[in-house]
Design a protein around this ligand. Structure first.
Ligand code: HEC
Length: 259
């Protein structure tokens, strides 16, 4: 019996560990309690909805999210806006379509099946509007940066006056979490820049957390389903271990001991 417990212990240790990342962190990022971390982690719906608001009202004027459709906003596991709300959001955007029967392009209100509208027509236009820097697409940005959510959360709050001796060119800002500390994006957030419908105070810290939660969901829309699967797999493995242990005892009990 002792052996069995040991086995279960070892097994659950490895399976729990594999859920977390081993990435050694060199930078001291700002920490916050993410609702989606850990084996039972789930997204906070209200945070996702607020995060979408921050994205669309602040970040979307420069950053695209080309892999998202308006439909995703009402899907299970995401911000879960009602379908009517997602339709209204889509319809509030002008989408280029065509050509029509006369061979002309036209614009129409967005539909659920449309992708998020892009702020710029192409990379060159984006660079031209941002002093040569390209605002990266944010669909999977969380996955593309080393520190993931902690990095983005910190970056948004990491703007500071440059230390003496550091000179910055025009359009370059000092950010203590950016690689090399120089970033060509002005601090996008300031207290109260959005007005939350649910009465939450729109501090820079709160908005950073909400928009980063939204970006995490965009990069990993099936996180909740994955966590559920992981949990089921662990329960399954534990039951299997118990069964295998007892059948092993049973089989070997018929063998005469030689001693
Ligand atoms: C006025 C345009 C503009 C707005 C608005 C804007 N950004 Fe940016 N962003 C940029 C540009 C340009 C860069 C590229 C900076 C660079 O390469 O130095 C960038 C880069 C970034 C990066 C990547 C930094 C890295 O590691 O390379 C993140 C993350 C980011 N922005 C998040 C946001 C978020 C979140 C918002 C909304 C709250 C936002 N941005 C709003 C222009 C903008």
């Amino acid at each position: 019996m002792k052996k069995l417990f040991k086995l279960i212990l070892i097994l659950s240790f490895f399976s729990l560990n594999s859920v977390q990342t081993f990435a050694a962190e060199k930078v001291d990022y700002l920490k916050t309690d993410w609702s989606f971390k850990g084996l039972f982690g789930k997204f906070d719906r209200a945070a996702l909805q607020r995060g979408y608001q921050v994205y669309t009202e602040v970040c979307a004027s420069c950053h695209s999210m080309k892999y998202l459709s308006y439909r995703n906003l009402s899907e299970e596991g995401g911000p879960e806006f009602s379908e009517a709300a997602a339709k209204a959001i889509a319809a509030s955007f002008e989408v280029a379509d065509g050509p029509n029967a006369d061979g002309e392009m036209f614009t129409r209100p967005g539909k659920l099946s449309d992708k998020f509208v892009m702020p710029y027509d192409n990379v060159k236009a984006a660079q031209a509007a941002n002093g040569g820097a390209y605002p990266p697409d944010m669909s999977v940005l969380v996955k593309a940066r080393g520190g993931g959510v902690d990095y983005i959360y910190s970056l948004l709050q990491g703007y500071e006056d440059p230390p003496s001796g550091v000179t910055l060119d025009d359009g370059v800002y000092y950010n203590k979490y950016m690689y090399g500390n120089k970033i060509r994006m002005a601090a996008p957030l300031s207290d109260g820049i959005v007005e939350y419908g649910d009465g939450t105070n729109a501090s820079v810290e709160q908005m950073s957390k909400d928009v980063t939660t939204f970006l995490m969901w965009a990069a990993e829309p099936h996180l909740e389903a994955r966590h559920q699967m992981g949990f089921k797999a662990i329960v399954y493995l534990i039951i299997l271990t118990i069964l295998v242990y007892f059948s092993m005892k049973k089989i070997w009990s018929r063998v005469e001991s030689e001693v």
